[in-house]
Ligand binder design. Structure first.
Ligand SMILES: Nc1ncnc2c1ncn2[C@@H]1O[C@H](COP(=O)(O)OP(=O)(O)O)[C@@H](O)[C@H]1O
Ligand SMILES: [Mg+2]
Length: 399
């Protein structure tokens, strides 16, 4: 029977409650004991309370079954037939350490068992069976712990997603009022604004509101993607048209930044079957990052080609500050930004790239980044062949 002692993770919990043999017991008595206790595998020999050796059933019975075994040993004290150097461990040591001791120092203890002591007094004997039982029990406990941790993590993630979704909804309503009314004021719809300062403030309120709304929308998108609720509204889209719309939208950003924005895509590009709003979002995110992280005099360009596999590959290139190799996986994670002096000059919370990657993946494509610090960055994404509509145009684009 296993005796539970205090924490179940120390050697004491392995101790089998087997009465030890006093050292004077004769071998014949031991032989009779083993015959009438077929389940006892190993017994300690003690001198008073101090263990001095171990007798394991198999070794002992083998000795006895030899020719003249009885004649030689019957009357001898068990102390002369025991193993005088068994493995002895204190009950307080960790079971893992017992296992390591057996493996490294005394493998024979796996067959013969070992003695467990408390303050050097006999406490019990341990066997490989006990170790095995413990390891099975620990394995089960670990499995339960991992399962509980996994469930907690899933719940926490769902809570976070729900919180993001709720917050975004709550923020959008007042933001719409801020944007709507400041737009009316900027346009002086109900009469002119006399004071120039007020006009300037109204413009600031409007652009700050728009910026916040962009952020809130990104958060809502992340929440939707994470909860698997984002659906694509697909249609046939003209890539050139999409790129033009993005360039126009970015016009004000590029003005005065001293960065050139160039379309280097081939004139014959196939139509793609995709969600045009999301495709525009992908391009806008990549282009605005490229502009944001490219200092004056630099260049941002868009390239496209059909790959060997028949995918459409779009590349947004810049000659900007670049991203260190070690940071690339981080910037693709939600809220991941690179900490450096240049970066802190800009707003943003690190949602753009992970969101963009998810939007590409939602279309069945892939997104990756190549970058060299101080030279520039290329963000590539693909759309799979089944999204590219006309084979004739495809051939033209390949030519
Ligand atoms: N074209 C780029 N050049 C250099 N760094 C970039 C570029 N695009 C993204 N990064 C880095 O990746 C980070 C994450 O980008 P993103 O997810 O779009 O978030 P945000 O724009 O809100 O910072 C940026 O803060 C920046 O450090
Ligand atoms: Mg960004």
């Amino acid at each position: 029977m296993l005796r539970e002692v205090g924490m179940s993770n120390n050697a004491g919990s392995l101790a089998l409650d087997v009465a030890p043999f006093p050292k004077e017991l004769t071998c014949l008595q031991v032989c009779e004991f083993f015959s009438s206790n077929p389940d006892t595998l190993t017994v300690a020999v003690v001198d008073g309370e101090r263990p001095i050796g171990l007798v394991d059933r198999d070794t002992f019975l083998l000795l006895f079954s030899k020719q003249f075994g009885h004649a030689l040993f019957d009357k001898k004290p068990i102390a002369q037939a025991m193993d005088p150097c068994p493995l002895i461990v204190d009950k307080a040591i960790r079971i893992e350490l017992v296992g390591a001791l057996i493996l490294n120092e005394k493998p024979s203890a796996l067959l013969k068992g070992f003695i467990i002591t408390e303050d050097e007094r006999y406490f019990g004997v341990g066997t490989a069976l006990g170790l095995l039982r413990h390891s099975v029990k620990r394995g089960r406990e670990r499995e339960n712990e991992i399962e509980t941790a996994r469930r907690d993590a899933v719940l926490a993630n769902e809570t976070k997603t729900q919180f993001l979704a709720n917050m975004s909804h709550e923020l959008r309503t007042p933001l719409n009022a801020i944007i709507g009314f400041s737009e009316i004021m900027c346009g002086e719809l109900f009469g002119p604004m006399e004071n120039e300062y007020y006009k300037g403030y109204a413009k600031d309120i409007y652009s700050s509101g728009e910026q916040l709304l962009g952020l809130v929308n990104d958060m809502l998108d992340v929440a939707q993607i994470e909860s698997g609720q984002m659906k694509l509204r697909e249609q046939h889209c003209d890539m050139h048209e999409l790129i033009n719309i993005c360039f126009t939208q970015l016009g004000s950003k590029i003005q005065g930044s001293g960065v050139a924005l160039i379309d280097r895509t081939p004139s014959a590009l196939p139509e793609v079957y995709a969600d045009d709003r999301k495709l525009r979002q992908i391009l806008l995110n990549l282009l605005s990052n490229a502009i944001k992280f490219t200092p004056q005099g630099g260049m941002v360009s868009v390239h496209a080609r059909i790959t060997q596999k028949g995918e459409l590959r779009i590349m947004v290139m810049d000659t900007g500050i670049g991203i260190e190799q070690k940071d690339i996986s981080r910037v693709l994670q939600t809220f991941g930004q690179v900490e450096n002096g240049y970066q802190r000059k800009f707003d943003g919370v690190g949602l753009g790239l992970p969101l963009t990657k998810s939007l590409v993946e939602l279309h069945g494509g892939k997104l990756w980044i190549k970058s060299a610090v101080g030279k520039g960055t290329v963000v590539c994404f693909t759309l799979p062949p089944q999204r590219i509509s006309s084979p004739a145009m495809l051939a033209a684009a390949r030519a």
